[in-house]
Design a protein. Structure first.
Length: 138
């Protein structure tokens, strides 16, 4: 059994044992490879997380822009003179990459005094948002 008295500090600040052979002389190739493997796994996990966050940010930005466009267009249509339905109202100029349409359909039983306005926002060929609202003939 080795007791603390069996150890002595050498000239180079290394611990020397008397009568006991130390088997640890440094890191082995297996330990280095395991460390690199763990580092690679953590790094790839971080990259996947950053990629997902970037994609999600782009989707949220498109949806927020479409929501803003649709609400602005609906307010613009409500301020325009009443047109007998079915009608297509003029639209505000959208930013590049987006298209906006505003269609009106009369509500049954209202003698064409109330219409349902449908504003559709598309980005490329994909419909991003559809907003419906009512417009009255005043």
């Amino acid at each position: 059994m080795v007791t603390p008295m069996n150890y002595c500090w050498g000239r180079r600040s290394k611990m020397i044992s008397f009568g006991v052979q130390s088997r640890e002389r440094g890191t082995t190739l297996v330990e280095v490879l395991m460390g690199l493997f763990l580092l690679a796994m953590v790094g790839s996990g971080l990259l996947v997380g950053l990629s997902t966050a970037s994609i999600s940010s782009g989707i949220v930005q498109v949806q927020a822009t479409a929501d803003n466009l649709a609400r602005n267009q609906m307010e613009y249509v409500k301020g325009l003179p009443y047109q007998v339905a079915p009608a297509s109202y003029s639209t505000l100029p959208p930013p590049s990459g987006y298209a906006v349409t505003a269609q009106a359909v009369s509500v049954p039983g209202t003698a064409d005094q109330v219409q349902n306005v449908v504003v559709t926002v598309t980005s490329g060929v994909k419909t991003v948002l559809v907003l419906e609202g009512m417009k009255m003939n005043r």
